[in-house]
Ligand binder design. Structure first.
Ligand SMILES: NC(=O)c1ccc[n+]([C@@H]2O[C@H](COP(=O)([O-])OP(=O)(O)OC[C@H]3O[C@@H](n4cnc5c(N)ncnc54)[C@H](OP(=O)(O)O)[C@@H]3O)[C@@H](O)[C@H]2O)c1
Length: 314
């Protein structure tokens, strides 16, 4: 099959589209013909070598974690799935990646049926980013009706889903993004929008039950002053300071936490339910053909995408 790989870490010109062996199907897995994959900042960081200790030292590495496609083969013990089923999913984040390819082998617990009404491109855009938002709001205590939520970095991959999910859960949402995305954040459902070039979310006159630092450039020390009693600061970016803050606040009323996304069928199915009820839409920043993978990664690396960058796999 054709797949994108790299043999050394570096800039986007290390990426190569080439012939590689098809994935080996294990028991409990399905083989999927990928129709679209989506990219995340993690793909850019991995290519630069930032995760080399977590994803194994062996090269070459594959590119991409999110995929959507059709089942072409069902492995022994993979029950309830048929050839032709439309699925989407996310390869677990500690693996070598590889969804920017013609085929992936996936366990059934890391994928789910594509929600009705979504194209392959939209379905591929959803898993990693939407799961991150979902897990940030559920894994550390459920977000209740009427909760006050601040989303810092509200219009990119994770943020655009986070605003909508928080609204669907009944929260009041304050979104933080740049000047060109103020109207877009309102369209996503934010009640109030702050411009990070002019306004400080840690001095905006409100307190929050959840401060979701999606962009990851605010610290617990800055955020705790605007947290309500029992409030939660969640960041997506692991830093030594955050690890210490997590430990220090483990038993406190106000807590700091790092969200580490995992592929979970149940969470994907819950997100699919929101899509089908019209509460969650997928916004595509740009769709690139597979042979323009370097340009697609450059777009993600800009840190100013609106929604998600997707790669169509012919
Ligand atoms: N821990 C995990 O499991 C996990 C999972 C997913 C993602 N992540 C991490 O989460 C981060 C965000 O991921 P993503 O996919 O949402 O990235 P993204 O799509 O690149 O996010 C872009 C967003 O960040 C905003 N932004 C840019 N500069 C900013 C600044 N100085 N201050 C505040 N906001 C700013 C952008 O707004 P404008 O365009 O308006 O400037 C846009 O809303 C990445 O670092 C990623 O690696 C971690």
């Amino acid at each position: 099959m054709r797949a994108v790989e790299y043999d050394r870490y570096g800039s986007s010109d290390v990426l190569q589209l080439r012939e590689v062996p098809d994935p080996v199907l294990r028991d409990g897995q399905v083989l999927v013909r990928v129709r679209a994959a989506s990219l995340n900042p993690k793909d850019v960081l991995a290519r630069k070598g930032k995760f080399r200790l977590f994803s194994g030292l062996k090269l070459p590495k594959g590119v991409g974690y999110d995929w959507a496609g059709e089942v072409v083969q069902v492995g022994a013990g993979a029950e309830g799935v048929q050839v032709g089923d439309r699925l989407h999913g996310m390869l677990q984040p500690w693996t070598r990646g590889g969804s920017c390819a013609e085929y992936v082998a996936s366990s059934l617990d890391t994928c789910a049926p594509i929600p009705h009404g979504l194209s392959f491109e939209e379905a591929a855009a959803l898993p990693l980013a939407a799961l991150t938002a979902w897990q940030a709001f559920h894994d550390f205590g459920a977000l209740g009706e009427g909760a006050r939520v601040l989303i810092h970095g509200a219009t990119g991959g994770v943020g655009a889903f986070a605003v909508q999910i928080a609204r669907a859960l009944g929260a009041r949402v304050v979104a933080v993004c740049g000047p060109s995305n103020q109207g877009f954040a309102r369209e996503l459902g934010a009640h109030r929008v702050l411009d990070y070039t002019r306004e400080d979310p840690c001095a905006c006159g409100e307190t929050f039950d959840v401060f979701f630092d999606v962009f990851g450039n605010r610290s617990w020390a800055q955020a705790r002053g605007v947290l309500a009693e029992g409030g939660l600061y969640v960041s997506t970016v692991p830093t030594p300071a955050l690890v210490l803050d997590q430990a220090r606040t483990a038993l406190s009323a106000r807590r700091a936490r790092l969200v580490v996304v995992r592929s979970r069928r149940g969470d994907l199915a819950a997100l699919g339910g929101l899509v089908e009820r019209g509460l969650l839409r997928v916004v595509l920043d740009q769709v690139f053909p597979l042979d323009e993978i370097a340009a697609a990664q450059e777009r993600v690396g800009s840190k100013h995408v609106r929604g998600k960058v997707v790669v169509a796999v012919p």
